[in-house]
Design a protein around this ligand. Structure first.
Ligand code: ATP
Length: 234
């Protein structure tokens, strides 16, 4: 079931007028050209576009990993202007979870310890019961004490999702989170992500090349040459 039409108060994060360049002098080029986008609580959004369109660049700005040259991020009452480093650090730590194509789990830590590391990075107390519950929610009951090397790709990605969600971020971002998985496993991971988005009221944005997967989302954004061409308004 799709969520009801979002209202302005359902906005989890708003990025306004985001501009990002890279390089100097003649080599300077524009990666993000005045991008404005809103993500809503409980709404799953896919970001499609050709290779080099700027999808990862946008995700990295929304994740607080890259600093834009201009524009602002707004989450709840908090407004972070371009250049506000401490605001961006707090935003990244508290408000955003990110999952990547290659999971980025710490191989010397168990699944449970990886999830606890996600809580600690957000300044939350390490609560093993809560971390176990988070793993259970992702269908990983009984796998908490396994190391990443003992888990399948799909299981590792679900641990990475649990690690990102343990702090209950306002927004969860995925950069090709199924890119390293077979089609059936990728499908199940997306299904779980969309389901969790709805049950928890998190906003979800997933970069994908896969148009079939994109059809599983509530809304699809298209990016070309650093601009959102379709779907930026909900
Ligand atoms: N650090 C960087 N230095 C130089 N160029 C960069 C850098 N990061 C990105 N680019 C360039 O910016 C453009 C946008 O890259 P980006 O990774 O955001 O695109 P994308 O849409 O995610 O592509 P893909 O689908 O292939 O992952 C590309 O032309 C890329 O080569």
């Amino acid at each position: 079931m799709k969520p009801t039409e979002p209202t302005v108060t359902d906005c989890a994060i708003r990025a306004t007028g985001i501009v990002r360049h890279i390089g100097e002098g003649d080599a300077r080029r524009c990666l993000l050209d005045n991008v404005t986008v809103e993500l809503y609580r409980g709404q799953a959004v896919a970001l499609l576009g050709p290779s080099g369109a700027g999808k990862t660049s946008l995700l990295n700005v929304l994740a607080g990993l890259d600093v834009p040259d201009a524009g602002r991020l707004q989450v709840g009452d908090q407004v972070i202007e371009a250049g506000d480093k401490s605001g961006l650090d707090a935003y990244r730590r508290v408000s955003v979870g990110v999952v990547f194509q290659f999971y980025n789990l710490i191989s010397s830590l168990t699944a449970l310890e990886n999830v606890l590391a996600g809580a600690e990075a957000a300044g939350l107390p390490a609560d093993p019961d809560h971390a176990r519950q988070q793993l259970d929610e992702l269908g990983l009951r009984g796998r908490a004490d396994a190391y990443p090397g003992q888990l399948s790709g799909g299981e590792q990605q679900r641990v990475a999702i649990a690690r990102a969600l343990i702090k209950r971020p306002a927004v969860l971002l995925g950069d090709e989170p199924t890119g390293n998985l077979d089609a059936a496993t990728g499908d199940r991971v997306i299904e779980q992500l969309v389901e969790l988005t709805r049950t928890r009221g998190t906003a979800l944005l997933v970069v994908t090349h896969n148009e079939k997967l994109a059809a599983r989302f509530d809304r699809v954004l298209h990016m070309v040459d650093g601009r959102l061409t379709q779907g930026a308004a909900s």
